[in-house]
Write a protein that binds this ligand. Structure first.
Ligand code: PMP
Length: 385
């Protein structure tokens, strides 16, 4: 098989060795974590260890962590009008979500569709904080959901500033920290989030585990009711192996992310400078504001992202496109639409996302593949002219 180079870490990260060992170890425990016998207590021990590891990653307390199947479920659990805020039942009259959120947030959770409002975003990919302040001022108890960093552009959002505005307005803040936990500093208290979502598979844990971290604010009712697992917030037998792997990944990420971030930023910057040399007309979305160190979202005139992704793939390189293809129709990225990007450039938007094992030779392979894609494009354009 030809050598493959993976640049799609914002979609999912490879399993860390520590997580693999924890998953395999947990498969040898034959019990549910609810059983009182020794085997059950062993399973419970693995889950509680993971709870502490995930809590430590984001500066939370173990008792604030509820394990669910992934970030999609954590978002769905958090986004409900009926909340318990510091012991008091509260009904949020409206949900405000930024226009660049993941679809699991844009869908509005348990809010009626006419109660969900979208907040605008500036052309640089940052949420329009002034507009947010005006929008939520009319709501009695707004629930606001924003992401810490965007999965396509990597643009880091001013969450602490937003938190101050939301709390001043008597509202509640939920933060989707899927792309930042374990990648850059992501601290529950520094962000002043009331609820925060984390996903296992973005940090080198297995797919199928995630967590909602709740500080003083809880959904009044679970999404899944039944056996009362996870303090009644999420019924159903816990996936001990997935959760144990999630915990191990969180612990590994906590001790290594700073050095990894510096390394990735240097490699990403190297990629972008080589890209600009190879294709001076190329533009990088969100380049002028703080971004995740591992993400580059770029385009060049004439590129069709869907075909470019296939060309990269044939050259042994996995990247992703901003546009989505469903039923044969290519739709523009909602993130680039919210940023009012030029539709011709948006059609060619490609995302390259790096990880902790990415090397300089990987970047060289990426650039070689890009030059081939760009050369084929120029040839087609010349033939068409
Ligand atoms: N939020 C963001 C910002 C994401 O990038 C993703 C994954 N693409 C999700 C939520 C959903 O995560 P999960 O796959 O764990 O459901």
């Amino acid at each position: 098989m030809t050598e493959r180079t993976y640049f799609d870490w914002n979609a999912t990260a490879p399993l860390r060795a520590e997580a693999r060992a924890a998953v395999l170890g947990a498969f040898d425990v034959t019990a549910t974590a609810s059983s009182v016998h020794s085997e059950g207590r062993a399973a419970r021990g693995l889950i509680e260890r993971a709870r502490g590891q995930v809590a430590a990653l984001i500066g939370a307390e173990a008792k604030e962590v509820v394990f669910v199947s992934g970030a999609t479920e954590a978002n769905a659990l958090a986004l409900t009008p009926e909340l318990v805020v510091r012991g008091r039942q509260v009904t949020c009259d409206r949900l405000f979500v930024s226009a660049i959120e993941h679809s699991s947030v844009l869908s509005g959770g348990r809010f009626a569709p006419d109660r969900v409002e979208r907040l605008s975003v500036l052309a640089n990919g940052v949420i329009d904080v002034a507009a947010l302040k005006i929008a939520i001022a009319q709501a009695k108890t707004p629930l606001v959901s924003v992401m810490h960093a965007n999965n396509e552009t990597g643009v880091i959002q001013p969450v602490a500033e937003i938190a101050a505005i939301v709390h001043e307005a008597g509202g509640i803040l939920h933060v989707d920290a899927v792309q930042t936990a374990g990648r850059i500093a992501c601290d529950m208290a520094a962000l002043a989030a009331d609820m925060l979502t984390v996903s296992s598979h973005k940090i080198g844990g297995p797919q199928g585990a995630g967590a909602l971290i709740m500080r003083g604010v809880q959904p009044a009712a679970a999404l899944l009711k039944g056996g009362g697992q996870e303090r009644g917030f999420r019924a159903g037998t816990e996936s001990v192996a997935a959760i144990a792997g999630f915990g191990a990944a969180a612990e590994a990420a906590a001790s290594t992310y700073e050095a990894a971030a510096d390394r990735m930023a240097a490699l990403r910057d190297r990629f972008e400078s080589l890209l600009r040399i190879a294709t001076p007309q190329a533009m990088v979305f969100g380049a002028e504001v703080p971004r995740l160190p591992n993400t580059s979202y770029f385009s060049a005139p004439g590129v069709k992202a869907e075909t470019a992704v296939i060309s990269f793939d044939l050259n042994g390189v996995a990247v992703s496109s901003g546009s989505a293809c469903s039923s044969g129709k290519v739709t523009q990225s909602h993130v680039l639409t919210a940023m009012a990007a030029d539709p011709a450039l948006a059609a060619g938007a490609l995302r390259v996302s790096l990880g902790w094992t990415t090397t300089e030779p990987d970047i060289d392979r990426l650039i070689i593949a890009w030059k081939r894609v760009a050369a084929a494009l120029l040839k087609r354009q010349a033939q068409a002219a």
